[in-house]
Design a protein around this ligand. Structure first.
Ligand code: SF4
Ligand code: SF4
Length: 359
């Protein structure tokens, strides 16, 4: 594997289903596939609808009207014989907004080869040959919640973002398919367990680099994607589509200031600055082993490198512009576990999880 493969990290995986075909585009189900003869399935559906409307007289309809409703709905759907409906970038963004995404961008697949950062086998066209555009999107992690890490509060927050990301990806892919534009969703994370990462610490696809190529941000020393609004406190996912959309302009400067606060705050010393570039070295094994400890305490992931980064307009929103307190936190709590400056974080760490650490 080429050296550049080492760009993938647990961050990629943590900031990382092929949707079932739409009923209208799916070949008529066979009896073997459904358990019912294909013709009888529709009849059962219609009979069920009649029964439901029959319970509420004001909504009751004749059988003929009900059949007409089903027919009209079918006609609106795209079938393999009808041309794709025109969809604009604004349409996609509006749909992503409706589904719950906060940031979004478009990356033509050619950008992977143009940058040469991602090995060929990990590029969109290698994973799905129909891919023309990658739609990258994300949801924020709320600063006061990530400040409590490691805590059950942050773990639940993280889990919620994961569910949302997967649902958005799945629903957007189906929405594109219904309009006649083939698309596939990806999971935001692509690993079965942290133990698997100890032997194979690579994601099959990096949402971090997809978001970079979609103009959403740049990759910082910690290897997290940094975005202007949230710094690294954002979680990402991607949808591949065969539709060709114009790409968003990529950022020309680096958002990472190379302040090295992430390097100093990392509890395992896993981040190491490099002299030849912004993106640092990462000891993935140390990072993953720390996550296994936190998972067993029911308060993972770590996320300290995301918590402490000074980049992000969210700091102003929450009135937390400086990061000095993060560098003082561990030593202060070792000296006085009840240091009033960190009362809120310690309270959250002491409840709902195992383990004894409070920093
Ligand atoms: S903490 Fe500093 S060095 Fe680390 S990613 Fe953020 S800006 Fe870059
Ligand atoms: S702070 Fe260190 S251990 Fe924690 S997630 Fe970042 S790199 Fe991994």
């Amino acid at each position: 594997m080429p050296e550049r493969r080492s760009h993938f990290s647990l961050h990629d995986l943590m900031t990382l289903i092929i949707p079932d075909a739409m009923p209208s585009t799916r070949p008529t189900p066979t009896a073997a596939a459904t358990g019912f003869p294909a013709a009888s399935r529709g009849a059962i559906l219609r009979a069920g609808m009649r029964g439901a409307f029959g319970m509420f007289p004001s909504f009751s309809r004749t059988d003929t009207t009900m059949d007409a409703v089903v027919t009209r709905r079918r006609a609106r759907r795209t079938t393999p014989d009808t041309p794709a409906r025109s969809i604009t970038r604004d349409d996609v963004i509006a749909e992503l907004r409706r589904l719950g995404a906060t940031i979004a961008g478009f990356a033509p697949v050619e950008r992977w080869a143009a940058h040469g950062e991602v090995p060929p086998a990990y590029r969109p066209e290698a994973i799905w040959p129909l891919a023309r555009t990658v739609i990258a999107f994300g949801v924020p992690m709320l600063l006061p919640v990530i400040e409590s890490t490691p805590s059950i509060n942050y773990q639940e927050h993280y889990d919620t973002s994961n569910r949302l990301l997967d649902e958005i990806s799945y629903r957007l892919a189906i929405w594109l398919n219904e309009a006649g534009h083939p698309a596939i969703s990806l999971p935001r994370d692509g690993y079965g367990s942290l133990e698997i990462l100890l032997t194979n610490p690579f994601a099959s696809f990096s949402h971090t680099y997809a978001a970079k190529y979609a103009g959403l941000g740049t990759v910082g020393m910690s290897r997290n994607l940094l975005v202007a609004q949230y710094g690294p406190r954002v979680r990402l996912n991607s949808v591949f589509t065969a539709a060709a959309f114009d790409g968003d302009p990529e950022l020309t400067g680096e958002l990472c200031s190379r302040c090295r606060v992430c390097e100093r705050a990392c509890p395992t010393g896993a981040i190491r600055a490099r002299s030849d570039g912004v993106v640092g070295d990462l000891d993935k094994d140390a990072c993953t082993r720390h996550h296994i400890t936190l998972r067993d305490e029911r308060r993972w992931p770590c996320g300290i490198c995301a918590k402490v980064c000074a980049v992000g307009a969210d700091r102003k929103l929450y009135g937390r512009p400086g990061v000095k307190r993060y560098l003082e936190e561990r030593a202060a709590l070792e000296k006085n576990p009840d240091d009033p400056r960190f009362r809120s974080e310690v309270h959250l760490r002491r409840h709902g999880s195992g383990g004894t650490r409070i920093a």
